[in-house]
Write a protein that binds this ligand. Structure first.
Ligand code: ATP
Ligand code: MG
Length: 462
């Protein structure tokens, strides 16, 4: 249930900062100025410090005691207003990164594009950003930089809370909890949008997507995570602008991939990303296959893997980023291998081995996959070749393979989608794993082929 309290407070405390004019910034990009602001006093909202991370409160209080403004901001406030528990607690302040560093021994300054402070408390990291302002013509490149087509390459100009709010992505994220009086400031009608479950971009959506195309992925993610509909003007430019995602460095997209596919909404995100033509910016080879064949086995496999992942997350079971990657890339590997067989005359086994490398390298140009996960995906693909070969001692040996479970799980979903021999093979492995040794030996014997050789036992020396 969305908070009914919002409707009572909206309108009570609204004021407009600045005029509702359209400014041109230095690069000639149009920015709106003058977002409305609703201020909700402590007694009229449900956000309590008891629901916040103690460490975030420590940081807020310390900044405040030293005379700085300090706000809990963005998703932390949004989720608390909605009665959810926030994933992380981000803080905004008027202290500069250097001033923040002076206040906290456990502080590390990070980022060039967007410089900010990380305050470390064991495994918890509280992110503290200095309020951002508008870029001026006189700003040096170390502070503000845009590409020719308007993409923000550096955004380190500091400003006021009102300016900062205009630089945030969605109205439901332009929420500031003020530690000095426990009030909440909501810019651009964020509270009303939260109440009506509307995701609305601040400013002109097309300009904001140009500045940072990742905001298109964020629109999809928040729409599904918060069960919101994307407002007409916010969703309309996404499809025509989806190609801008190509300019995003692959390293930045791994994190986005994880947020999209490992947060319990993989299936909904998969569908919406496809609708907007954004899926291909993350998995171009997989998207290529399904573009002309929606509902085909490849599409169905990806949907099945997404929904299985969502179920595991709902049941608090472990998930690895490698599994979805391995499953999404399996058919591109098979397809590429097929070409290698016809054009280069390779055997199926060799073709798959070569295709694995080619596809993995190509994928890393879109979303760079950390080594430990690509190694795991390779193990899973390798197992697709090895799992059919079960005679002699092979099946017993495969059971002890460290990635057997993941490889078997991929075989299972393939079997569910493809049926036929693959389904039979998956079924064989399901039975084999749970059978006792005598039954296992019988199962292997029935396959024919070389007998399982036992290692000669060493005689005990007495
Ligand atoms: P969650 O943490 O649940 O994914 P969030 O809203 O907290 O959601 P973060 O990525 O943690 O998202 O970012 C914190 C805040 O920073 C956002 O709420 C938003 O106000 C702002 N923000 C983050 N990324 C961008 C961006 N690319 N463009 C504009 N504002 C952004
Ligand atoms: Mg957050």
């Amino acid at each position: 249930m969305r908070c009914v309290i919002f409707s009572k407070v909206i309108g009570l405390c609204r004021k407009v900062i600045g005029g509702h004019s359209q400014d041109k910034d230095t690069a000639g990009h149009s920015t709106t100025s003058g977002l409305s602001v609703d201020t909700i006093p402590r007694e009229q909202h449900n956000v309590s410090r008891a629901d916040m991370s103690v460490n975030a409160i420590k940081v807020l209080n310390r900044l405040n005691r030293h005379g700085y403004q300090a706000y809990l901001v963005g998703g932390g406030v949004r989720d608390l207003l909605l009665g959810h528990s926030p994933k992380d607690f981000d803080i905004a302040t008027d202290a500069t990164p250097e001033q923040i560093k002076e206040l906290f021994k456990n502080c590390r300054l990070i980022g060039r594009r967007f410089r900010l402070a990380h305050i470390l408390f064991g495994r918890e990291v509280i992110e503290v950003a200095t309020l951002r302002g508008h870029h001026q013509e006189t700003d040096t490149e170390s502070l503000a930089k845009r590409s020719d087509n308007g993409m923000l390459l550096r955004d380190n100009v500091y400003g006021t809370i009102d300016e900062d709010a205009e630089r945030r992505d969605f109205t439901v994220n332009a929420l500031y909890y003020d530690i000095s009086d426990y009030s909440i400031k909501a810019f651009g009608g964020g509270l009303k949008d939260l109440e009506t479950a509307t995701l609305r971009m601040i400013g002109d959506p097309a300009t904001r997507y140009k500045e940072d195309p990742v905001r298109m992925l964020r629109a999809v993610r928040f729409a599904t995570k918060l069960n919101m509909s994307i407002s007409e003007e916010t969703h309309q430019p996404i499809k025509p602008m989806a190609h801008l995602m190509k300019s995003i460095p692959a390293a930045r997209l791994f994190e986005e991939y994880q947020k999209l596919f490992l947060s319990g909404k993989a299936l909904a995100n998969y569908k919406l990303l496809n609708e907007y033509g954004l899926f291909e910016s993350l998995f171009p080879m997989s998207a290529d296959i399904i573009i002309d064949n929606a509902g085909g086995k490849e599409d169905r496999l990806m949907q099945l893997v997404c929904s299985n992942t969502d179920k595991r997350i709902a049941n608090d079971q472990r998930v690895t980023p490698a599994f979805i990657i391995a499953a999404f890339l399996w058919y591109p590997i098979e397809r590429h291998a097929q070409t290698l067989i016809t054009e280069a005359g390779l055997t199926y086994y060799d073709a798959i081995m070569v295709a694995m490398n080619d596809v993995c390298d190509a994928q890393c140009r879109s979303v760079s996959i950390p080594k430990r996960f690509s190694a795991m995906a390779r193990d899973m693909w390798n197992l697709q070749l090895r799992l059919p070969r079960r005679t002699g001692a092979r099946a017993f040996k495969l059971l002890t393979h460290p990635k057997f479970r993941a490889g078997y799980d991929l075989l299972l979903v393939r079997g569910e989608i493809e049926g036929g021999e693959v389904a039979e093979l998956a079924q064989w492995w399901t039975t084999f794993q749970h059978a006792d040794e005598k039954v296992q030996r019988d199962m292997v014997r029935k396959l024919g082929g070389p007998k399982r050789r036992r290692k000669p036992r060493k005689k005990k020396e007495s």
